[in-house]
Every structure is written in C-alpha cells, then in structure tokens.
Design a protein around this ligand. Structure first.
Ligand SMILES: [Zn+2]
Length: 310
C-alpha cells in the first residue's frame, strides 16, 4: 500500500490526514498552530507530527508518495507563498521547506483552492473534472478547478470569488476595502445585511422582526414560507446567480459546488441561485450543474492529498 499525508493549515489548528492512493482516510488528527516568532515553528511541528505518524504506523518511508498542504495565503504553482498575515509568514517556498524537514515530496496550494480540489475528488463535485467551488461562510471564498487542476494564477490569487464586484452602488465597505463585493451579500453576515435592509424598507409582517437575526433564522423563515424572507432569498439568489453567471462565462465549469456555513440551509439555497443563474447567464454557459459540498471541514485534507497524487 502507498500512503499520502494531507495537511490543512489553519490559523488555530492544523488538520492532518493519512490517506491511501484510492482516497480513503486511514487516520485523522489535529495539532495546534503555534504562531509565535512569525510562525517559525509551524512547519517543523507539522514535520514532527508526520514523522511520529510514520513510526507509529510502522510505515516504510519508501511507501509514502508525499505530503500535500493547503495554506491560508496566495501560493503559486511552485509552492511559493506571497505572505500569510494570518500566520505571520512572509515570502518563501513552502514546498521546499517542508520537503527538507520531512524528506518527502511536498505540494502546496492555497487552502480554498485545495478544498475545492478535495470536493472535486471525493465530495460534492465527485465525477466532474472542472468545477468552481464557492464557500459561503464568515466570508466568501472559492476555488477554480479545470481538468482536475487548480487555477491559481500568476500570484496565486485566482479563485477569489468573494471579491468580485456585484454592486457598484454599495455604500458599506467590504473586509477587503472595496465596496460591493459578492462577499457582502453571500456570506453569513451578508445574508443578515440583505435581511435587515429588506426589513427596514416597510412594516410588512414577518417572523424576522423584533429580534437580532442570524443567517439561519433567515433561511428557516424562507422554509416556513415567510413572505418577507422569500423576498430576501430572491435578492440573495439574484446576486449569487448573476455573480456565478459571470464566472461561468469565463471558465465554463461542469458544476458549481456550494459549501460553507450558509449552505447548511440545503437544497433550497441552490434553488434560488439556479433560478436566477438560468435567467441571467449567457446561453452557452447556462447548462451548469449546482451541487452542495459534502466534505465540510475535511475538504482541505482530501484536496491536499489529491495535490500529491497528481
Ligand atoms: Zn471585498
């Protein structure tokens, strides 16, 4: 049997998985992300944990194909990171550094892109070769996979779907400093923003009135048939459907895979996006499938393992 390590480096924990070639997880564990000294300890900690697992499982080093790692920052195809403020990292080659520490071949990718690769391989995008993953969470992230390869771009910033301009008239500022980004409407706080704006428009009765609402409250009200909530869902679907229609015209994926906390609303969320996507997207790109992500927080370790298998 051949082995692969898949590593998902986050700001607080490092998720790790031991896989076989067919993509089965044989073991899964986590270590803490120690960010002291500008994150100098992070890669040595990961290397030590991998080495400990190799001896714990009595794995012959020659049977390890390599280590894949997803990191929160822009990464080019050669494994160079162009700064990761979240970890205190500057610019250096992650693949080379971790390879020197472990003695294994290492492949590195941006965490969102790697998660997209994981969903294509073993999750909601299984069976497709070209997908666009859209993660609707605290922010909006994404990853573009074409012919099973991550499209990272010149400086690794490809797939930053959350910061596509969808509303040039927006007055509030996005986390990135611009105004009118997709993230301002598609994230969990974005859904609440859309809801509060709709509620402020008039006095129409709604179960959403008179409380501090969450994204889940909004989708629960949609499912209950609340008329104001249905209007909010329609607005959400219009913005997402149009935004993804723009992406479809650029990369023409077989499917969009929608994940992140907001997607816990389920199929109903896709219904609103798809309806608007079909209405507004250029006809040549209209026949795109929409799927929900299925791997949750494990998408990163799956995608990281897949990086190495390729
Ligand atoms: Zn933005």
């Amino acid at each position: 049997m051949k082995y692969i390590f898949g590593v998902d480096l986050g700001g607080t924990t490092v998720k790790m998985g031991l896989f076989n070639e067919s993509g089965e997880v044989l073991d899964k564990w986590e270590i803490k992300t120690v960010k002291d000294n500008n994150g100098a300890q992070i890669l040595p900690d990961i290397a030590a944990s991998i080495k400990a697992k190799v001896s714990e499982k009595n794995i012959n080093k020659d049977d390890v194909i390599g280590v894949g790692i997803g990191v929160p920052g822009p990464i080019d195809d050669n494994g160079n990171i162009f700064g990761a403020s979240n970890l205190g990292w500057g610019t250096f080659n992650v693949s080379e550094t971790l390879s020197n520490l472990t003695g294994f071949k290492v492949k590195t990718g941006n965490d969102a892109n790697v998660a997209a690769l994981g969903e294509m391989w073993m999750g909601g995008g299984k069976g497709y070769k070209s997908i666009v993953m859209v993660t609707l969470g605290t922010g909006v992230g994404g990853g573009v996979i074409i012919d099973e390869k991550i499209v990272a771009g010149a400086k690794g910033a490809g797939g930053e779907i959350g910061h596509i301009l969808v509303n040039p008239h927006e007055t509030e500022t996005c986390g990135c400093g611009k105004k009118g980004c997709l993230e301002q409407y598609g994230s969990a706080t974005g859904v609440v923003r859309l809801a509060n704006r709709r509620l402020a428009k008039d006095d129409k009765a709604s179960s959403l009135r008179g409380k501090d609402i969450s994204c889940k409250d909004v989708w629960d009200a949609v499912k209950a048939g609340d008329e104001v909530a249905l209007e909010i869902a329609e607005e959400f679907g219009l913005i997402l459907g149009n935004g993804l229609g723009v992406i479809a015209c650029v990369v023409n994926p077989e499917a969009f895979v929608i994940g992140g906390g907001v997607s816990k609303a389920g199929e109903i969320l896709l219904d609103y996006i798809v309806k608007n996507f079909k209405e507004t997207t250029f006809r040549g790109c209209k026949e795109t499938d929409f799927k929900l992500a299925t791997l949750g927080n494990d998408a990163g370790i799956y995608g990281a393992a897949k990086l190495v298998i390729d």
